[in-house]
Design a binder for this molecule. Structure first.
Ligand code: BTN
Length: 244
């Protein structure tokens, strides 16, 4: 695995930068693009990603997971989100993964992941894994509903390069294990790290609100909820919202 590291003071979006680079020339697996500031950081569902200059981690990692069939691409979400939570747990407690791959502290969002895959035939030829984690930001101004930073959680400031290197090491470690087939039980560990993996909570889908508990997350990323009446429903990303 190559360890090319591109540090930018400012760019539109590290995901966009890395994708453009891949379109221009051969980029090695393991390449990381990190920016002090993104002028148009991108989030899930067409949202933006707010991050003050040089306070947080905003970076993208290139993987070439040709061994992962397209149908199993959710494995990338699983291993990346789990790796991040595992590292954050060295700094404080109560970090979880909100399905499918938001990083939560209690009921607040500390990090997000935007994975953009290039497909070729039945293979994932390139996966740009964009990660934003709020580390030292004191205040959030965007309309994002519930952001939080590690600083707000612990009252301490952190060296972002140290956290970055721990996260990259953990992701690549999990990725290699998965590639060699010697991973620990990824789906079980992911489930155990899930936000609301226990008890009844409130959800909304198609304008209907209901109480349900999480039964499981299937290998293709489908969330299986069981309502309090005992009915089981399966949801793809964006088909259900968690209510707070
Ligand atoms: C989310 O909405 O939860 C996903 C947020 C992903 C943000 C990161 S920051 C680095 C990378 N570049 C982007 O433009 N987005 C991702």
């Amino acid at each position: 695995m190559n360890d090319t590291f591109i540090h930018l003071e400012e760019t539109e979006s590290t995901n966009l930068y890395l994708r453009k680079l891949c379109a221009e020339r051969m980029v090695d697996e393991g390449t990381v693009v990190i920016a002090d500031f993104q002028t148009a950081g991108r989030g899930q569902r067409g949202n933006g990603w707010e991050s003050d200059r040089a306070k947080n981690l905003t970076f993208s990692l290139l993987l070439r997971p040709t061994h992962i069939p397209i149908k199993q691409q959710f494995v990338l979400s699983r291993l990346v989100s789990l790796a991040i939570v595992e590292v954050l747990r060295n700094y404080s407690t109560d970090f979880t993964i909100k399905w499918p791959n938001d990083i939560y502290w209690r009921e607040k969002k500390i990090g997000g992941i935007l994975i953009e895959n290039d497909l070729s035939g039945s293979q994932i030829s390139a996966s740009v894994i964009g990660i934003g984690i709020n580390i030292n930001q004191e205040v959030f101004c965007s309309p994002a509903p519930n952001p939080v930073s590690l600083f707000q959680i612990t009252g301490q400031k952190y060296e972002t390069p140290e956290i970055l290197s721990n996260i990259l090491e953990r992701i690549l470690d999990r990725y290699m294990q998965q590639a060699c087939g010697v991973e620990d039980d990824l789906s079980e560990n992911y489930f155990n790290a899930l936000f609301r993996n226990n008890g009844l909570h409130r959800y909304e889908s198609n304008g209907r609100m209901f109480n349900a508990c999480i039964k499981q997350v299937e290998d293709d990323g489908i969330l299986v909820l069981e309502t309090e009446e005992g009915a089981e429903s399966r949801f793809a990303f964006k088909e259900v919202s968690f209510l707070f």
